[in-house]
Ligand binder design. Structure first.
Ligand code: PMV
Length: 361
């Protein structure tokens, strides 16, 4: 696939009057089977599955014009951010074989997130995928200007997004995505994610994710460092074997609607992710006391009411509470009456499964 995209890349002369502005919104995603540990160039040690979110998005606009050489400026929330700009610039220059035309463009990127900066929600998946969608849209206009219309290829967007930030590979697809090669899903790949939209029951397409904000602080250990620590983790081989098994069982549950298995795998994956952090060298803990308080409350409520809600965690202390649309009223009562007491300033975000990137301009 990568070779196909390499050979198809627009390599011609950019027209002198080529200029414009594109805009894309792209969502964050929450993994059910976690990607934790990588090799080579952003290749995952095990496959992962996620819900694409809806409310937590990055909105990115790119103004472009023909230039003698590559120019790049990055603004976040209206303020120039040279550090993040340098990261994206490096990503672009490292991958220019796929988009040689960028050497003839000057780009100004303006990005913002719909979720608060201090919500502890990682924005690399949404911001990188939004930026990649803009880049591909520019390539599309360029091809069109030469009379060669091309479609926006989501597989290619996923490939590019993965190179920028692993989990971003999954954000470009509606509803649910699988990233990583597995014998249990035909067409799956380590290089890009694939859509699971047509292989899951309708109930999962409207799932809710209430993000309970336990802390808005930036995490003390980055994902990059966390992935790297898996290299020396003595439990890594067992973890990768278990993740592969969980992929098989979760794929089956998403098709059969077996919610006990769905809950069992989702919660176990969250706890395994944090257990791996606790037994890496050096060890570290990202959960906070209120993370555990919320987990206990959620499990107690499930036990008492038999409502099949469950939790997952990202690489941070916040709790993602997952439940079906049909249970929303009862679960949201629980959130407002009980769970907000464990949230910083009572904050939570009502998110839900979404439709992937959206063109803004
Ligand atoms: O994409 P990265 O490098 O930020 O890693 C993300 C890892 C987790 O969010 C913890 C799990 C996942 O699969 O999204």
């Amino acid at each position: 696939m990568a070779n196909k995209w390499l050979s198809e890349a627009f390599k011609g002369e950019v027209p002198k009057d080529f200029q414009g502005k594109v805009g894309w919104a792209s969502p964050s995603n929450i993994a059910l089977v976690k990607y934790w540990g990588k090799k080579g160039k952003q290749i995952p040690q095990n496959p992962s599955i996620s819900f694409t979110l809806s409310e937590c998005r990055s909105e990115t606009f790119v103004t472009y014009e023909k230039a003698d050489h590559f120019g790049f400026r990055f603004f976040f929330d209206g303020m120039e951010n040279p550090a993040f700009g340098a990261k994206i610039e490096k990503f672009l220059l490292d991958r220019q074989a796929f988009s040689p035309f960028i050497n003839q463009l000057s780009l100004t990127v303006e990005s913002q997130n719909t979720f608060p900066h201090s919500s502890g929600i990682a924005s690399s998946a949404s911001s990188m995928s939004a930026f990649v969608m803009c880049l591909m849209d520019i390539e599309r206009s360029l091809s069109l200007s030469k009379g060669r219309p091309i479609d926006l290829d989501l597989q290619k967007a996923s490939y590019f997004s993965r190179l920028a930030s692993g989990s971003a590979a999954r954000s470009v697809f509606p509803k649910m995505a699988l990233w990583g090669a597995t014998p249990y899903y035909e067409g799956s790949s380590d290089e890009y994610a694939v859509s699971l939209e047509n292989d899951i029951l309708p109930v999962f397409k409207t799932y809710r994710d209430a993000i309970l904000i336990v802390s808005g602080e930036t995490k003390s250990v980055s994902s990059r460092a966390g992935h790297a620590l898996m290299e020396g983790n003595p439990y890594a081989p067992a973890r990768y074997a278990k993740a592969n098994e969980n992929i098989k069982d979760l794929l089956a549950a998403l098709q059969s609607g077996d919610l006990d298995t769905f809950i069992n795998i989702t919660e176990s994956e969250a706890l395994q992710l944090h257990a791996l952090m606790m037994c890496s060298n050096p060890s570290y803990i990202l959960m906070k006391p209120n993370t555990l308080n919320l987990i206990n409350e959620i499990r107690e409520f499930r036990e008492e009411t038999k409502i099949p809600l469950c939790f997952t965690l990202d690489a941070g202390p916040n709790v993602h509470l997952l439940y079906s649309e049909s249970e929303a009223e009862k679960v949201e009562e629980l959130i407002k009456n009980e769970l907000v007491n464990y949230c910083v300033e009572g904050r939570w975000i009502a998110d839900r499964v979404g439709n992937g990137p959206k063109k803004l301009l």
